[in-house]
Design a protein around this ligand. Structure first.
Ligand code: ADP
Ligand code: MG
Length: 300
């Protein structure tokens, strides 16, 4: 079910009791592998037939499910988590509507959205472990892995939002953070595309130095991206850039920080050399590159 479908159909067909049940299941997932119906009964103060009816609908929309052999209990799906998080963002007047997909990646889906004031947003849903989630076929994931994937997605969103909040106020070119709920991060949209898709770049050296300036500034603030690639840098026709996708950032004093930073920079410089034959890095970056990368690069 697509997000749009989820919003249009599900929001209009669910009532407060459905959400009450979803909340109870979510809250109890830290205590149970599968939340027993008795627990839902006790905490919702609804009778068993009503709960079964509510669950039937939630199940129909694939918001919850009962693993085979565990029919007397429930688990949350990504759809259920999406709905709870979106509802929170709608209630807080952050998101009003969701539009087309901007990027559907391995570990996240990003959609265009509008705020109630009509501002354009990017809404990122983390989807860790999703591939093994699709269609509960023969190779169903273990219950443990389902829990851990939901929590890993929430954690990833938390990490990314933290990085954006450290970097954006200091003037590092990253998406402006607006809000987070559960596994969703909301930022202001950026009218650019990934560097490898951009055919309008006239000044690659200028772009590279902008990226280096941002990487150095982030490092001075204490943040190393750790998954930097040209696919995580968006560029506008004006050649303004932002660096996106920060869930795996580490602090500067992390034991692997320098190794990650070196890998980030090596990937970047290799790409600029391959696509534009840029081999010479301006002298002002010398001391930083020397410190972090040793004597790997020529500078002018
Ligand atoms: N703030 C934003 N503005 C515009 N597009 C964005 C924004 N954030 C992400 N995107 C789009 O979504 C894609 C995926 O985002 P990203 O954060 O890299 O997640 P992942 O690579 O884990 O799927 C990006 O390549 C880009 O096309
Ligand atoms: Mg990415």
């Amino acid at each position: 079910m697509s997000i749009l479908h989820l919003l249009r159909t599900v929001f209009t067909n669910l009532n407060e009791d459905h959400f009450k049940i979803l909340h109870i299941i979510e809250k109890n997932l830290t205590k149970f592998e599968v939340v027993p119906l008795e627990v839902i009964e006790k905490q919702s103060k609804l009778d068993r037939p009503s709960i079964e009816k509510l669950l039937k609908k939630l199940n129909f929309y694939r918001l919850v499910w009962s693993p085979r052999g565990r029919e007397k209990g429930c688990l949350l799906n990504y759809n259920g988590l999406d709905l709870l998080a979106l509802r929170n963002l709608v209630k807080r007047n952050i998101v009003e509507s969701i539009g087309k997909a901007l990027g559907v990646g391995k570990e996240a889906d990003v959609y265009e959205a509008l705020s109630p004031k009509g501002e354009k947003l990017a809404v990122k849903f983390f989807r860790i472990g999703r591939t093994s989630f699709r269609g509960y076929g023969k190779k169903r994931p273990t219950l443990y892995s389902i829990h851990s994937h939901l929590y890993a997605s929430i954690n990833a969103a938390r990490n990314e939002f933290e990085a954006l909040n450290l970097l954006h106020p200091e003037g590092v070119d990253v998406p402006e953070p607006i809000a987070r709920n559960r596994h969703i991060v909301v930022t202001r949209i950026f009218a650019g595309i990934e560097i490898p898709s951009a055919q309008y770049i006239k000044n690659p050296l200028k772009i590279l130095t902008k990226i280096l300036d941002n990487v150095i500034k982030a490092y001075e603030i204490g943040v190393v991206h750790s998954d930097l690639s040209v696919y995580n840098i968006l560029v506008k026709p004006s050649e303004d850039i932002i660096i996106i996708d920060w869930p795996q950032w580490v602090k500067k004093d992390h034991p692997m920080a320098k190794i990650y930073l070196k890998r980030d920079l090596t990937n970047l410089i290799r790409y600029f050399k391959k696509r534009w034959n840029i081999e010479i890095i301006p002298r002002k970056y010398q001391s930083f590159l020397d410190e972090v990368l040793g004597e790997m690069f020529n500078t002018a």
